[in-house]
Write a protein of this length. Structure first.
Lengths: 473, 187
């Protein structure tokens, strides 16, 4: 059982750390504990006092932006649902999907919320479903998060027992069924239209847009897909109001954000901070600075698919606009920190291998381009590259850029690659000139071997990798 | 190391089973059928339960054999070729027999920066197998996994759904030792 001290301490942070103040990773609050801690006040307000359009107005006014990486305004996304546009209350039923497919390398913020305060997400999904007039909601969780799956299913069961799910919720006419779906594992499922295909039992290949999911999504019905962290803000916005939410951050982007840091830092972790904390604060005040004996070489500010930033960018506030101005993306807000003892080429190779493996294979620039980049990077890392390879990589970055691909996966792969070639040009050229990797560590990573159990994976992985046997580093 | 040439061959079922030779009502257990039908009841089409059905059968049988694939496809009234397309798309569906313990070692960026390659070597030496292979006693299969979301406690791996993090050369050996002792137990 949770102690009174813990609860008092948690509640003292309710207004400054709304998302995480109730997080308890060892033993998350059950339904009763969550209600005692102020849970379901937001949902009660929404369902019993407000119409869906009024909830939408509050959320739009709060300025909440999607926390999955793209930063699209949540109110605007919802407002495209037909039920919120027509005067009639008899609009077609829609679906809500919570995107809990957190597979972006270096990102672990949603896991913290999923495992630490599962009830909060269920309440949030009820509010969002009510707003978009959904009678069915799916929580799409990545398959590897098994502890989260267990805890979320318990939270769902308890919500049913307490009439927060099912028919006539809390005496209203509103009904909602909520299902947990665990993914069978593929990065592209995080793309919202690919996720919809996965829920329909298909290969998770992104769909062409338009039509946007809000018009024609899951099974052709209006569908809204929101990230875990985005949704988790809703109970608090409803409870404390949109002005409170805006006041949480001194910057143009409102609210708090789950920030994290990993890699070569002393104290990797995840923290809920006002939107717009600077990279320097995050890196030194929260993540404890660089590990002993190493210096900062560069960092990815928001997961694997964002551009590298370097020392000169440390005072950039981590909000959507500022990071964009610095030439990268806020993405998931998860710093991946590279030091001066690890090879940047090897790091980019690792990232590109990931993208090559996880490309869905639908469009040629991505299917062929990402393994090609892996092949070239492998050659350079092994000291067998040439300056012509650099030119080829630059061309590839162009071939795989936005507008030439079916979805954002390949452009996401280009971001770290292109920026690394810019900031770490000397390192790339040193590999070529010396004929070997000038770094000691991590350059002897083994070749990915065959994956007989997952034959398609094997093809994806090995297609782009030089089969030349042992790395001669 | 038995390298990629074999697995790069197009997949031809080892025994050519035609769809007609399997009756899913007899092949799938009552439990499997009832859980699959529950999943079907949630969805608007039968085939939408395909991924769940594959996971359910894999949970009971360890992997998805050709026979299982055909039986599930029949149950969901879709073609086995279509379901094969789905089964091979997802990383956590095994289309070949795996060991009692399936090790998914995270090879993504945070683990890369914190010593994943050393851990991989230790596991490969300890078990004498490479990625995609199973030990001769059928106990361990080694696979890679994309980011496991343990980046603050990397390197990380997952064995039969259980996560292990902050791995060191010593702790990996001790984990594998512990599992080896249970060899033969039903997992």
């Amino acid at each position: 059982m949770t102690s009174k001290n813990w609860l008092a301490q948690a509640l003292s942070q309710a207004l400054t750390k709304p998302l995480t103040h109730l997080v308890n990773l060892d033993q998350p609050l059950d339904f009763e504990g969550y209600v005692q801690a102020g849970g379901y006040i937001g949902a009660t307000k929404a369902l019993t006092q407000l119409t869906p359009k009024e909830v939408l107005a509050i959320v739009s006014d709060s300025g909440l932006k999607g926390r999955g990486g793209a930063g699209f305004p949540t109110g605007m996304k919802w407002s495209c649902v037909p039920a919120l546009q027509e005067q009639s209350n008899q609009a077609q039923p829609s679906y809500l999907i919570c995107n809990g497919d957190e597979m972006e390398p270096g990102t672990f913020k949603d896991r913290y919320l999923l495992e630490g305060v599962p009830q909060q997400l269920i309440e949030a999904m009820i509010i969002a479903s009510y707003t978009i007039s959904a009678d069915k909601a799916f929580l799409f969780l990545r398959g590897e998060y098994q502890l989260a799956a267990t805890r979320l299913q318990q939270a769902i069961d308890q919500a049913y027992e307490n009439n927060w799910l099912g028919k006539n919720i809390q005496g209203t006419n509103y009904q909602l069924d909520l299902y947990l779906h665990t993914s069978a594992g593929r990065y592209i499922c995080g793309e919202e239209t690919a996720l919809i295909n996965a829920l329909e039992g298909k290969r998770a290949i992104p769909r062409a847009k338009p039509p946007f999911p809000q018009v024609s999504g899951l099974f052709g019905k209006p569908t809204v897909v929101n990230n875990v962290e985005t949704l988790s803000n809703l109970p608090h916005i409803l409870k404390h109001g949109s002005q409170w939410f805006k006041d949480l951050s001194p910057h143009s982007d409102p609210g708090t954000k789950m920030y994290s840091a990993c890699g070569q830092v002393k104290n990797p972790g995840v923290w809920e901070l006002p939107m717009g904390v600077t990279i320097r604060e995050l890196l030194y005040d929260y993540a404890g600075g660089m590990k002993e004996g190493v210096k900062l070489k560069g960092l990815l500010p928001g997961g694997a698919s964002t551009d590298f930033l370097v020392e000169q960018h440390l005072d950039t506030p981590m909000d959507f606009d500022s990071i964009a101005k610095a030439g990268s993306r806020l993405g998931t807000g998860g710093l991946i920190v590279l030091d001066d003892k690890h090879c940047p080429v090897a790091m980019v190779l690792n990232l590109l291998r990931f993208f090559a493996q996880e490309s869905c294979g639908w469009c040629t620039p991505c299917r062929d381009g990402t393994p090609w980049a892996v092949e070239i990077l492998t050659r350079i890392e092994q000291g067998k590259g040439s300056l012509a390879d650099m030119a080829q990589l630059a061309d590839l970055c162009d071939f795989m850029w936005l507008g030439k691909t079916h979805c954002a996966l390949a452009p996401g792969a280009v971001e770290p690659l292109k920026s690394a070639m810019r900031y770490f040009k000397d390192d790339f050229e040193q590999h070529i000139e010396l004929g070997c990797c000038p770094y000691q560590s991590n350059s002897n990573e083994q070749q990915q071997e065959s994956q007989g159990v997952q034959p398609e994976l094997a093809k994806r992985v090995t297609a782009g990798v030089n089969q030349g046997g042992e790395n001669d580093e | 190391m038995n390298n990629s040439d074999f697995s790069l061959q197009p997949r031809i079922p080892s025994i050519m089973v035609t769809d007609e030779e399997i009756d899913f009502r007899q092949y799938l257990s009552a439990t499997e059928l009832s859980v699959i039908e529950h999943e079907v009841s949630i969805m608007e089409t039968r085939e939408a339960a395909g991924i769940e059905a594959l996971k359910i059968v894999q949970k009971y049988r360890g992997w998805i054999s050709d026979d299982s694939l055909i039986a599930i496809a029949q149950c969901l009234q879709m073609s086995s070729a279509q379901l094969e397309g789905v089964a091979t798309f997802y990383n956590l569906i095994y289309r070949q027999k795996v060991g009692h313990y399936v090790i998914h070692l995270c090879d993504s960026i945070s683990c890369h920066l914190t010593g994943y390659d050393e851990i991989l070597k230790v596991i490969q030496t300890y078990l004498g197998i490479g990625y995609g292979q199973t030990t001769p006693d059928g106990e361990f299969t080694l696979l890679s996994n994309v980011c496991l979301g343990s980046c603050d406690k990397s390197p990380a791996m997952m064995i039969n759904g259980q996560h292990y993090h902050s791995l060191t050369n010593e702790s990996v050996v001790s984990i594998l030792n512990g599992l080896s002792k249970n060899a033969g137990d039903i997992v």
